[in-house]
Design a protein around this ligand. Structure first.
Ligand SMILES: [Zn+2]
Length: 205
């Protein structure tokens, strides 16, 4: 049990740093794909914090109301990205600045995803999570939905971060190519749809 709580705490710290770095990166570069990834990592970080709270402090995993609140937050986050993406498609895209920082922070976000996956995988293999589910009983479902413990989610984490890195790389390598201004909002729409899938899971389970 100690191992799993430590794992959640470490994942929380790494995720928090990565999310803050990405929010900062999106602010200085003007990238909305990076903003979407920041929302995504930030959301996962709340899940790690809940995982840590529930195990280390023996608190109950928050119930349906909190789950619905998180779902609504994700809907608002994706609506915000959708709105900005549509605006950019209409105006032919925005100029992305500080592309090197955009790239470096994107790589950092991708690395943070890989590290948290490794950290959280270890205790899962030893069956601690299953044991914990038995203890929590009825709360197991909301636990799963908020902690996002499923393959699709892990794949979407990586897909989003890889797309962000590729977007940054394209701007870095071809700074003068005008149509690339549309790649960033296009990628942000992919990320927004992953956020919506996650929101759907939270609001329906
Ligand atoms: Zn995620």
């Amino acid at each position: 049990m100690i191992v799993l709580s430590q794992a959640y705490f470490r994942a929380f710290v790494i995720g928090l740093i990565a999310a803050l770095a990405e929010f900062f990166g999106s602010y200085i570069s003007g990238s909305i794909s990076l903003l979407g990834d920041a929302f995504h990592i930030g959301f996962d970080t709340v899940g790690y914090l809940i995982g840590w709270f529930s195990i280390a402090l023996m608190l109950r995993v928050p119930g349906r109301r909190f789950q619905a609140l998180m779902g609504i937050f994700l809907v608002l986050a994706s609506a915000n990205i959708l709105y900005q993406a549509v605006e950019r498609f209409q105006t032919g895209g925005a100029v992305i600045t500080n592309t090197l920082w955009f790239f470096v922070i994107g790589i950092f976000g991708l690395a943070a995803n890989a590290v948290t996956l490794l950290i959280l995988r270890v205790p899962h293999n030893h069956g601690h999570l299953q044991h914990e589910h038995e203890e929590h009983g009825a709360h197991a479902h909301s636990h799963d939905a908020i902690l996002s413990a499923n393959i699709l989610h892990t794949v979407s984490d990586f897909a989003c971060s890889v797309l962000v890195v590729l977007t940054a790389l394209s701007h870095l390598v071809f700074p003068e190519t005008r149509f690339l201004a549309l790649v960033d909002p296009a990628v942000s729409l992919v990320i927004a749809s992953f956020l919506l899938i996650q929101a759907y899971r939270l609001l329906t389970t």
